[in-house]
Design a binder for this molecule. Structure first.
Ligand code: 6PG
Length: 327
């Protein structure tokens, strides 16, 4: 039985799994999160994860809030963080915290003190995207929120050194925009040159602003920086759709590095870099890739399939996942 999901090695050092469609992609991502959570609980009694914004992760969050995942996840020992947040008013539909609470956190028994939102509620809207001068008050609010989050991260992760492997978040879930941005690390942004801070204020680039706002208003945001993301034990990119195929190929082939393509800056120092793609997002990469060694993310018994309400006593009953991941 072919291991599920079969892996390819990419030139940028990533391990890549390609799933047939968006539904199986979300199931694969939820399965990886569960496997990593159980791995972390066995190793140290707690699990930390940073959630992504955007549309791709929402089905993953809904799967985690439903059977069989909802019975198996170690909710009471899991700390939730965010990879980034838009600085919008409370209740604004663009809020990453709001999306994650609606799709997942409001439906599972995570203790409130284990949920760590970035909290940049100030409605700080830069002027229209033609404006050259960013909105000064917006920047101040975003910087203040970033400094607050930095203090939190340092309190929680600052003690351990990266070399101990305990210096970062267990799983950082990331998406990627068509311009190669990830979290709120945007092309050409000075945040991409950050080497010290773990969280920073970031102004949307005009291209991204045109996607997130009908009027092209450029939002101030707060983002984890590349140096902090690269302290993670596992960075899990989940990318779907043919619109991303060209940028996926560029990033995985490792040709373009640096600020033109922020996702290329994400290469964990000691941790694993996994990319989960659906066929549509992978088709240009697949066409050109050497394929590399095909190895399983996990030793698998059979492809994971959505459960139809069967009771699952333990994680190992969940097809497709006997935890024990390869790199
Ligand atoms: C955000 C995300 C961002 C997202 C990409 C892809 O807050 O918007 O952090 O980096 O992952 O823009 O978004 P989609 O999943 O909607 O394509």
């Amino acid at each position: 039985m072919e291991a599920w999901p079969p892996m390819k090695s990419a030139s940028n050092g990533a391990s890549v799994a390609v799933l047939p469609d968006a539904e199986s992609l979300a199931l694969a991502a939820a399965t990886v999160v569960l496997a990593e959570a159980r791995r972390a609980i066995r190793a140290k009694g707690r699990f930390t994860i940073a959630l992504s914004g955007g549309s791709t992760p929402k089905p993953i969050y809904r799967l985690l809030a439903a059977s069989p995942f909802v019975e198996l996840m170690p909710w009471k020992a899991t700390d939730f963080f965010w990879g980034d947040e838009r600085c919008v008013g409370e209740g604004d539909p663009r809020s990453n915290e709001g999306m994650a609470r609606e799709a997942l956190l409001d439906h599972v028994p995570v203790p409130a003190d284990r949920i760590h939102p970035i909290a940049c509620e100030t409605p700080v809207i830069a002027r229209t995207h033609e404006s050259k001068e960013p909105n000064a008050s917006g920047e101040a609010s975003a910087r203040e929120a970033a400094e607050r989050y930095e203090r939190l991260l340092r309190d929680i992760f600052g003690g351990a050194s990266p070399s101990s492997g305990a210096g970062g978040i267990d799983v950082v879930l990331l998406g990627m925009g068509e311009n190669g941005h990830t979290a709120s690390l945007f092309p050409g942004s000075s945040v991409l040159d950050e080497r010290e801070r773990w969280a920073a204020a970031s102004l949307e680039d005009p291209d991204t602003a045109r996607v997130t706002s009908s009027t092209g208003e450029r939002l101030w945001r707060v983002t984890l920086t590349a140096p902090f993301i690269n302290r993670s034990a596992l960075v899990l990119f989940v990318v779907s759709g043919s619109a991303k195929a060209a940028v996926v190929k560029t990033v995985l082939e490792g040709g373009t590095r640096g600020t033109a393509m922020p996702a290329t800056l994400v290469r964990p120092t000691r941790g694993r870099l996994w990319w989960l793609l659906d066929d549509a997002a992978a088709h240009l990469f697949e066409a050109g890739s050497s394929g590399g060694a095909r190895q399983p993310l996990y030793r698998a018994t059979e492809p994971a399939r959505p459960h139809q309400g069967e009771s699952v006593e333990s994680f190992d009953d969940l097809p497709g996942c006997e935890a024990g991941p390869s790199r």
